[in-house]
Design a protein around this ligand. Structure first.
Ligand code: GRF
Length: 217
């Protein structure tokens, strides 16, 4: 059973998707610990509801914040760290300690629309397709080797929120699937690329009809 540590700053719907996938037996993993930089993050309540260790770790001192996260994750035997709506930039120190077992979800098709509000950036730019990306985190923000992507249509009349909601539903699919692929040891980092070894697919069972998923999903 893969032990997962989750970093979250807000509502935690991506965390919930991971918990549900674990509890439903969809992925052979368990959330061992959740850490937030925001003591009011609903993600912490979600964890506690499911009997998962949940810690607010103050981030006013960045080095201390990251050292504490590292300690909590190591003490919990975390094998894969996941940024699930975690809004802070992790330092090279932390990235180096966890590289290769630290992944993130971004609500845009990287390298487009990095940083905050990828959904709003895409809408403002006038793209016809946007989506979401999971990737290994490296020392540059929203830059590490890409694991999965899924393309979502921008629809006439979309607002930032209607578009974000449509993307979020797909985030809740590709993030658990990325954890699943990691647990199955099907992810091989080769420079900037991630090779996904052959195996099963979630297409057909976990698929929206008008979403285009990358190889390996
Ligand atoms: C998601 O779109 C995530 O990609 C972004 O924040 C949104 C909310 O995430 N970082 P969550 O509901 O807190 O998981």
């Amino acid at each position: 059973m893969l032990r997962v540590g989750v970093l979250a700053s807000g509502g935690g719907t991506n965390l919930q998707a991971i918990i549900d996938a674990c509890e439903g037996g969809l992925i052979h993993a368990e959330v061992a610990v959740v850490v937030s930089d925001n003591e009011r993050a609903y993600a912490l309540s979600r964890a506690r509801t499911h009997g998962i260790a949940a810690h607010f770790v103050d981030a006013s001192d960045k080095e201390e914040h990251e050292r504490r996260i590292d300690e909590l994750f190591r003490d919990a035997g975390v094998e894969l760290a996941v940024g699930a709506g975690y809004m802070r930039i992790l330092s090279p120190w932390f990235i180096r300690r966890w590289y290769g077992r630290l992944i993130n979800i971004h609500p845009a098709l990287l390298p487009s629309f990095k940083g905050l509000d990828g959904q709003g950036q895409a809408l403002a730019y006038g793209v016809k397709l946007t989506g979401c990306t999971t990737h290994f985190m490296d020392e540059e923000t929203d830059h590490g080797p890409i694991i999965l992507q899924a393309a979502v249509r921008v629809k006439e009349g979309d607002t930032r929120d209607t578009l974000a909601e449509r993307i979020l539903k797909v985030e809740h699919q590709i993030l658990p699937r990325s954890i699943d692929l990691f647990e199955k040891k099907r992810l091989v980092i080769e420079g900037r690329r991630v090779k996904i070894l052959p195996g099963d697919t979630w297409l057909g069972t976990h698929q929206y009809p008008d979403v285009f998923y990358s190889e390996g999903y």
